[in-house]
Design a protein around this ligand. Structure first.
Ligand code: NAP
Ligand code: GCO
Length: 265
């Protein structure tokens, strides 16, 4: 049932939104934002424990989410999950490829297996996930795919070679899905978070870690981002308000990419 005013271009009423790796962190905040605009939220995580924790957290927010155990790098599990979701909730109209990982190591110390693992989760999995939901989107007149990119889609830094390569590839996969399916009403865009306070960046925010002051000096907003800062931009890219936005990476970074950085005092 549509509870939105007919002219509300940000209305997601009745649309099934699948957010991967969304038991917590940025994925959870995005899912919460989508639910707030009427979407039916479904999410996955790697273990029953994490899915249960996520379900409890959504319930606490008054969100009746559905959770699935699925390793997004596993094609069979992804296919089964999407089939279950289509039976339980309906066709996936919004996919947010959020699940991700990082290994921080000097390149000379990183094994090829570690490099491959990061590429598998951050780049191969969004391909597998998108391939699984596109048929349902095409049959139902279109859909939205949002890939969670990164500052590392544009910039490099020491110790994150695999992550930067994966997020740079994800930027181009985003542009290619947009190119290949734009004519059939599937819009594919990216969200590029800046430095956000989640478990993934916890090591960088430890007391006295030099990276903390470094990032504050590199961010015009002079603060770390919060997962909630991603919710509004995600609603925009998931809604009819962005039907003519395609292949765009929307950076939600407090201005980092625009700024040379504060002169040290
Ligand atoms: P996070 O707290 O580590 O969350 C990542 C989520 O992905 C976790 O729930 C994790 O599950 C899940 N996941 C990892 N591998 C998976 C797999 N193979 N199958 C299914 N789920 C998997 O990180 P976050 O900071 O919220 O990051 C979310 C996304 O934003 C990632 O793509 C990250 O690269 C990106 N990003 C983060 C920042 C930042 O500053 N935090 C900035 C830019 C982009 P478990 O918890 O069970 O391991
Ligand atoms: C790092 C951080 C970053 C952030 C994010 C920035 O070690 O540099 O983890 O990679 O996670 O991707 O946008």
């Amino acid at each position: 049932m549509n509870n939105c005013l007919s002219k509300n271009k940000f209305c997601l009423d009745g649309k099934v939104a699948l957010v991967t790796g969304a038991a917590h962190g940025i994925g959870f905040a995005i899912a919460e934002g989508l639910a707030g605009n009427g979407a039916k939220v479904v999410f996955n995580d790697l273990s029953q424990e994490m899915v249960d924790k996520g379900l409890a957290a959504y319930k606490e927010k008054g969100i009746d989410a559905k959770g699935y155990i699925c390793d997004v790098t596993n094609e069979e599990q992804v296919k089964e999950m999407v089939e279950k979701i289509e039976k339980d909730a309906g066709v996936v109209k919004i996919l947010v490829n959020n699940a991700g990982m990082i290994i921080r190591k000097p390149m000379e110390e990183m094994s090829a297996a570690e490099f491959r693992k990061v590429i598998d989760v951050n780049l191969n999995a969004p391909f597998i996930m998108s391939q699984a939901v596109i048929p349902g989107m095409l049959k139902s007149g279109g859909g939205k795919i949002i890939n969670i990119c990164s500052m590392m889609s544009e910039l490099g830094r020491e110790t994150v070679s695999a992550y930067a390569a994966s997020k740079g590839g994800l930027k181009m996969l985003t542009k290619n899905i947009a190119s290949e399916y734009g004519g059939r009403n599937i819009q594919c865009n990216g969200l590029g978070p800046g430095y956000i306070a989640t478990p993934q960046t916890a090591p960088l925010r430890e007391e006295g870690h030099p990276f903390n002051s470094f990032i504050i000096a590199k961010t015009p907003a002079e603060r770390w981002g919060n997962p909630e800062d991603l919710a509004g931009p995600a609603v925009f890219l998931a809604s009819p308000a962005s039907d003519f936005v395609n292949g765009h990476i929307l950076y939600v970074d407090g201005g980092i990419l625009a700024y040379i950085g504060k002169q040290p005092k």
